[in-house]
Design a protein around this ligand. Structure first.
Ligand code: GLN
Ligand code: ZN
Length: 746
């Protein structure tokens, strides 16, 4: 019998009950007991759902009140030094580390591998690791009451945990100091009846994992010796094992491998017989995307896999944390699309159907699934005839030098032009009015008049501030990706398709389900209205193809590159409309270009090439005198600087303040020739910078960069700031710029 398992279940709940629960505690609407009761009820509900789905092994310990890595840090006493004074290790300390308190800043968070989930970075500072609680045992005992022997404890392994930490001086010593704690946790679990224990070690799919092969031998040798009764599953996901030859020798009972995202390499390793004496937990259903599986292809793959292993268990490719809970509330979606979607609950059903089929038993639902899948592939919206890419320019017609001259003749900008990144503060009133309009309580005309009034107010503000390049303010947008998703063909928005991003924050990515097409103007009305109010140039504001893709659930039935290209074409059409309407500067934001970078170095170049190409498709058809801007907000540029250069954007604006000068270094040393604005103040804090500070931030890069190419702007959009602090900060920005211009003899 083929078994079925899972690696983790979404925490949010079908209606984001989890989020509401935790936020009620934070705002003191419920007390600690109520929070813990509520959390327990959710856990039991999730367990029962998974039991009913027919799983043989059900994850326990994947649930968290904030983040599973933070859970481990608190359990192991890796508490940041500044919090160590607090005498009680309790829930409030836990949340304080995650969110900050009056006295102390929060720990930083980082993206969990290449997902959009963020974990709380453990901070090592010579603490003495010890067990502060028996969290996993408690959860295991609780789960046993509901699902009995099917409960499978899940924990992040010591090597991944330390590798993701900050402040580690001696890697080996840090790992070693945790081993007795892991041993105790495992021993208690085994004594309570646990057999399988899933140890997540995703670091072993990254290039960095190659440095830890020796450590893995030592650690897993120790676990095998100290807790011989346990059946350990060495679990990886998001890519193939970095060195299957070596890792397959580890003395564990089972390997959990991703046969979706790491298919090719993992399959080769399996076929060479590396896992012939091991149990294999086969990640066969994509745990990171929303599409139902291709059963025909999958069944063929499973046949190949089953020939090479003695015992196999089917499961999703990774924790289902990264997908929404269920499609059953998405009743407004087109039925062909809806039937082709699979969120967490539907993925578990798929795995069960696949396992039964492998055992020679085919339920009617299996056939039905295949016909739904086929209907989706055959749907009109996936087979649109699009503009021929051969006919599209992917290179600006003139060199940057020539363009710069023509643009300057047209725009007459002063030295060190000042601008902002696009959005201005969205007041309560704006949010309320937009919501009322969406609910049909305000007519389109009234809503547009309201937006116009806000645009006009901010055009005057920008003129009064004496900024050089203005923006309309993005008041009509909730989110820079959703806004485009709602208006391009090929995108759908769900009702409850939420996934956890960090802590209680959830996002609802649009689903790209069909061929993407520009079918109506997206931004023309607001931009042109703003431009009609002023003689200064107003910058058009678009989101780029890579960012739109990375922040959506994307199609997987066509190559990614093709999807980038399609969105690039759609943005090109919008740029043309703006240009024809007299807009001389157009910004194409690529805020998420870097975060889409593949985990493995070997795959990064192809991604970056595709990204650059899509940007070119979008932006190259404009006239020489139209100035293309782009904006990015990340902290590490070294590895992608060549691609940034290759975008050939006339001006790039970049977040700088939070990266402590790192970014400046990569741009200073690489002799960047195009226009560039390095954010001169941090917009993530309400603090208003001093003039001296801003002057220093303008002058420092001018040691390497020419004043002729330098722009002055904040770090990022100002949407989340208050109006008063925004005005104060921009006033300082303009004053500082004028002072530097003056010093330069202007
Ligand atoms: N134009 C967007 C804004 O200003 C850019 C946001 C971003 O970079 N994340 O809001
Ligand atoms: Zn930004």
């Amino acid at each position: 019998m083929v078994k079925v398992s899972s690696l983790g279940y979404p925490r949010l709940g079908e209606n984001r009950e989890w989020k509401k629960l935790i936020e009620s505690y934070w705002s003191q609407k419920i007390n600690k007991e109520e929070l813990l009761e509520g959390a327990k009820a959710l856990r039991l509900e999730f367990l029962k759902k998974q039991l009913n789905a027919g799983l043989d092994l059900i994850p326990v310990g994947d649930f968290s009140l904030y983040d599973h890595i933070l859970d481990l840090s608190v359990q192991f006493n890796i508490i940041p030094k500044r919090f160590a004074k607090e005498k009680d290790i309790n829930l409030d300390l836990y949340f304080a580390i995650a969110r900050g308190s009056k006295e102390n800043v929060a720990s930083s968070m980082k993206k969990w591998f290449n997902t959009n989930y963020h974990y709380i970075v453990p901070e090592w500072s010579k603490q003495r690791p010890k067990l502060n609680n028996s969290r996993l045992l408690d959860l295991y005992l609780e789960a046993r009451e509901v699902v009995g022997d099917k409960a499978k404890p899940v924990i992040t392994g010591p090597i991944t945990y330390v590798a993701l930490s900050s402040g580690v001086e001696d890697f080996t010593a840090a790992v070693k100091s945790l081993l007795p704690l892991y041993k105790q946790v495992f021993t208690e679990l085994v004594e309570a009846g646990a057999v399988y224990i899933q140890i997540d070690e995703p670091i072993f799919v990254t290039d960095e994992g190659a440095d830890y092969l020796e450590a893995a031998k030592a650690v897993y040798g120790y676990f095998a010796k100290e807790v011989p009764q346990a059946k350990f599953i060495f679990q990886t996901y998001f890519e193939a094992l970095i060195d299957a030859e070596s890792l397959s020798q580890l003395p564990v009972a089972a390997f959990g491998l991703d046969f979706v995202h790491g298919l090719e390499e993992n399959l080769v390793a399996l076929k060479t017989g590396l896992f012939k004496d091991k149990e294999v937990f086969v990640g066969i259903v994509d745990g990171r995307n929303v599409w139902s599986s291709d059963f025909v292809k999958t069944q063929d793959l499973l046949q190949q896999i089953s020939e090479k292993t003695a015992e196999l268990t089917l499961q999703p490719s990774c924790s289902l944390l990264h997908v929404p809970v269920t499609t059953k509330h998405e009743t407004t979606l087109d039925s062909i699309l809806l039937n082709g979607l699979a969120f967490a609950d539907e993925k578990l059903q798929e795995i069960k159907l696949l396992a039964e089929k492998l055992d020679g038993q085919e339920r009617p639902a299996y056939r039905e699934h295949i016909s739904h899948f086929e209907a989706l592939q055959a749907a009109d919206f996936r087979n649109v005839e699009l503009e021929n890419l051969e006919d599209v320019t992917t290179e600006r017609s003139s060199s940057f030098e020539k363009r710069r001259q023509l643009q300057q003749e047209k725009l007459h900008l002063p030295l060190l032009p000042t601008t902002t990144i696009g959005s201005f503060p969205q007041s309560q009133e704006i949010r309320r009015t937009r919501l009322a309009w969406k609910r049909g309580k305000i007519s389109d005309e009234d809503y547009q008049a309201f937006i116009n009034a806000e645009i006009e107010r901010w055009i005057r503000i920008q003129e009064d501030l004496d900024l050089d390049v203005l923006v309309h303010g993005e008041f009509e947008r909730v989110d820079m990706v959703e806004f485009f998703g709602q208006q391009l063909a090929g995108f759908a928005t769900t009702k409850l398709g939420w996934v956890q991003s960090y802590g209680s924050r959830a996002v609802k990515p649009p689903i790209i389900y069909g061929d993407v097409q520009h079918i109506k103007p997206l931004t023309v009305r607001e931009t042109v209205y703003a431009q009609s109010l002023t003689d200064r140039p107003v910058k058009g504001m678009l989101t780029g193809p890579i960012t739109i893709t990375n922040w959506s659930f994307e199609r997987t039935d066509i190559p990614r590159r093709q999807l980038f290209d399609q969105i690039g074409l759609a943005i090109k059409d919008e740029i043309k409309l703006l240009e024809d309407a007299g807009i001389a500067i157009i910004q194409v934001d690529e805020a998420a270009l870097r975060e889409g970078l593949p985990l493995r170095k070997a795959k990064q170049k192809a991604y970056l090439d595709d990204a650059v190409r899509a940007f070119h498709i979008a932006t190259s058809s404009v006239k020489d005198e139209t100035q293309i801007h782009t904006h990015m907000c990340y902290s590490k540029f070294d590895e992608i600087i060549d691609s940034i250069r290759a975008l050939d954007a006339d001006v790039i604006s970049i977040e700088t303040s939070r990266s402590h000068g790192d970014i400046i270094k990569s741009f200073e040393t690489a002799t960047y020739p195009l226009g560039i604005g390095l954010g001169v103040y941090d917009i993530h804090s309400p603090r208003v910078p001093s003039k001296e500070e801003v002057i220093a931030n303008i002058e420092r890069p001018l040691h390497q960069l020419s004043p002729k190419q330098f722009w002055v702007n904040p770090d990022c959009g100002l949407k989340t700031r208050q109006e008063a602090e925004t005005l104060a900060a921009l006033k300082v920005l303009v004053a500082a710029t004028k002072e530097v211009r003056h010093k330069l003899g202007n």
